[in-house]
Design a protein around this ligand. Structure first.
Ligand code: LP5
Ligand code: MN
Length: 238
């Protein structure tokens, strides 16, 4: 087949069964015909621990596990607590927040994308706090009903905060993009998070480069296909 697929920002949850159905169909029909599937974060709407007995999680783990191709996962800002137990149950390999791949003659950097939004200082402060290992351990040791309440409060606060943020603050910062691509010596970058699907041409290290942004799965699916000819952003109906 010789193509690799990338997806992000499905925000799977019990309240959006059509998105889950679309994802399960994607896993059955599309994903088996590729070399590997990379999930670049926010697969789930919110993740409060691998011990959450949510049947949706078991259903998704089983479907991922049944896929005959390797699946890799980078954490998003909603599911950064997804851990080794769920990775094992779903057969996914967890990757660090930035990963460089060498595929079909292309060197490509993949990430969720939230770390590129450096103008959003409120978010970056929030991120630094919740990425502290001790705080995560403390949170994960709380009873599930308390974790659910805290997560719901965070989601409400986040929605509230976003109403007062400009569109440009919530997009990636161009200097952060160029810095990451230069640091990793790549001319291709794939990320999600901003929910603004597009392939942006840019110059990196004085060479033409591309930044491809995955779309969120609201009413249709979004994926990026990478093969020898380059990358392609594709929308598809559920
Ligand atoms: O997610 P989205 O699209 O709304 O906005 C994001 C940024 N917000 C977040 C917060 C998440 O939505 C919360 C998810 C919780 C999941 C699991 C809980 C695990 C807890 C672990 C604890 C160790 O990521 C948003 C960005 C936006 O993307 C665009 O980039 O702007 O950032 C914010 O909204 C941050 C705000 O500026 C400040 C957030 C206030 C949260 C305060 C927490 C209060 C805790 C209360 C506890 C009782
Ligand atoms: Mn995100």
């Amino acid at each position: 087949m010789s193509r690799t697929l990338f997806i992000a920002d499905l925000h799977l949850c019990h309240e959006e069964p059509a998105i889950t159905a679309g994802f399960l169909r994607f896993l059955q029909r599309e994903a088996p015909h590729c070399d590997a599937l990379y999930i670049l974060g926010d697969l789930f709407e919110a993740w409060i621990g691998d011990d959450d007995p949510n049947p949706l999680h078991q259903q998704v783990a089983a479907a991922l596990h049944a896929l005959p191709v390797p699946v890799f996962f980078i954490h998003g800002n909603r599911d950064f607590l997804l851990g080794h137990d769920f990775a094992r149950a779903s057969g996914m390999t967890l990757l660090p927040e930035e990963q460089v791949l060498d595929l079909y003659g292309h060197r490509v950097l993949i990430m969720h994308g939230d770390t590129l939004c450096t103008d959003d200082q409120g978010y970056q402060r929030f991120r630094a706090k919740v990425h502290q290992r001790w705080l995560q351990k403390l949170f994960l040791s709380l009873p599930l009903f308390i974790r659910k309440r805290i997560a719901a409060q965070m989601r409400a606060d986040s929605k509230q905060a976003n109403q007062h943020k400009s569109v440009s603050i919530m997009d990636v910062n161009q200097d952060a993009v160029a810095a990451a691509m230069t640091r990793q010596q790549v001319l291709l970058l794939i990320h999600g998070h901003t929910h603004r699907p597009a392939v942006h041409p840019l110059m990196v290290m004085n060479q033409p480069a591309q930044r491809a942004v995955l779309g969120a799965w609201h009413t249709q699916g979004s994926m990026i296909q990478l093969d020898a000819s380059g990358l392609q952003l594709i929308d598809f109906a559920f």
